[in-house]
Design a protein around this ligand. Sequence first.
Ligand SMILES: C[S@@+](CC[C@H](N)C(=O)[O-])C[C@H]1O[C@@H](n2cnc3c(N)ncnc32)[C@H](O)[C@@H]1O
Length: 292
Amino acid sequence: MDTIENFINQVICGDALEILRKMPDESIDLGITSPPYNKKEKHGGWLVDKVRYKGYKDFMPDEDYQNWQVEVLNELYRVTKEGGSFFYNHKVRYEDGKMIHPLQWLLRTNWNIWQEIIWNRKIASNIRGWRFWQIEERIYWLVKGKPKELKSKHAKLTSVWEIRPEQGHKEHPAVFPIELPTRIIASLLDEEDGQVCHAPQVCHAPQVCHDQIVIDPFCGTGTTIVAAKLLGKKYIGIDISNEYVEYTKRRLEAAEKEKDRVLNEISLHAIKLTFKDRKEKGLWNKRAELYR
Ligand SMILES: C[S@@+](CC[C@H](N)C(=O)[O-])C[C@H]1O[C@@H](n2cnc3c(N)ncnc32)[C@H](O)[C@@H]1O
């Protein structure tokens, strides 16, 4: 077993399960990922062409796929610290007329499912009218033990996230919008004094803030990793494709270019009126005012 220092601030090309098995227990604060969805590209068609990865075929019998995801998630559980969290993005799929729900395998892992977040993407490719237009995905907040309570400015963002998907990305078919991992990291790894560290040079709690480690075991183009870097965290990225790993490394070097989007997301984590303000202004019943 290697020490965690060997993995910190690295983007590693390899199989997620194999790399995770080399990591020590209880060393990670937070994980975020969107694994391949097992979209079965052998069926072909223009829609599937749009989600074709470089260096990976997204096709497995679903039972094998689900068992693989359970193994990866349990390995992630082992490497996560007590009180740590993992955010797992997936979607409800349909095969041969039957629904395949991520809960089918999530309930078989060691994680406790803390919350189901609906990611309202507002748009999705749609070919047929067999069902109503599926424009949402799911994000499962998984916990090991009990997580810290969220500050109100984060919790008020609600369990429905209206974030537009990233579009027109030439390098990769399924890139996160950077707002998504930013929201998670800023909310979960906020500091004791309430400051999110987007300015490491003036950080109020460097010992806490900069020692926190964020992992993405299927990091693709490295969106989680770039968000973690910009928020002053340590990071570990893994992807099976060397092309994506090299792309992530270049993206990390140019991370400053993405800072405005990160700061814009953080600006949403604010409450106009405090509890005290509300009381003084007699706004007890005007919940909407508070959260605007
Ligand atoms: C949905 S994409 C992740 C995209 C990422 N969230 C982003 O913002 O770019 C899933 C990734 O998993 C990678 N992958 C597939 N099998 C893998 C494995 N066994 N180990 C590690 N990565 C794998 C693929 O190369 C792909 O980039």
